[in-house]
Design a protein around this ligand. Structure first.
Ligand SMILES: [Zn+2]
Ligand SMILES: [Zn+2]
Length: 151
């Protein structure tokens, strides 16, 4: 996002658009995730705390509330703690490092509705599906250099 809006303006607008009250902790959480996606809750907490006195529990509450309202996307790679990022609506995927847990975005290869165009023969068991979550697992460049090849 390369807009020239004043700090806090963009998150405030997103909150208002959903009829949510604009509060400092909410703005701070949204800004932290804008600055750096895929943060763990405790990273969000320390980012928000740098900005004022907010309890850890308050940050968790804000994260849950923002997820419930579709402003924040919660991703939870298997065996790893939850990460949070702004919901961009692009339904992108993630690649996760087995070594350090680093998470990076992977653009969807097929566009807006990733991996939803399945061959007719693929059964979704009668479900009406609107999202597909794909996670690739491997080792990031830093970990590839230090991780010995599996025996
Ligand atoms: Zn790594
Ligand atoms: Zn992401």
């Amino acid at each position: 996002m390369s807009s020239a809006t004043a700090p806090g303006e963009e998150p405030a607008r997103s909150l208002r658009e959903r009829g949510l009250r604009v509060t400092r902790p909410r703005i701070a959480v949204l800004e932290a995730l804008h600055a750096e996606p895929h943060l763990r809750a405790e990273q969000v907490i320390s980012a928000v705390r740098a900005d004022g006195e907010v309890s850890g529990q308050a940050v968790y509450d804000v994260l849950n509330m923002l997820s419930a309202h579709g402003l924040v996307r919660r991703i939870q790679p298997r065996g790893s703690v939850a990460r949070y990022e702004l919901e961009t609506g692009d339904n992108h995927h993630h690649v996760v490092c087995r070594g350090c847990g680093r998470v990076s975005d992977v653009e969807c290869a097929t566009g807006e509705a990733p991996c939803l165009d399945l061959p007719e023969t693929t059964s979704l068991h009668g479900f009406s599906v609107d999202e597909a979550e794909v996670t690739w697992w491997g080792h990031c460049p830093a970990c590839s250099r230090t991780t010995p090849a599996p025996a």
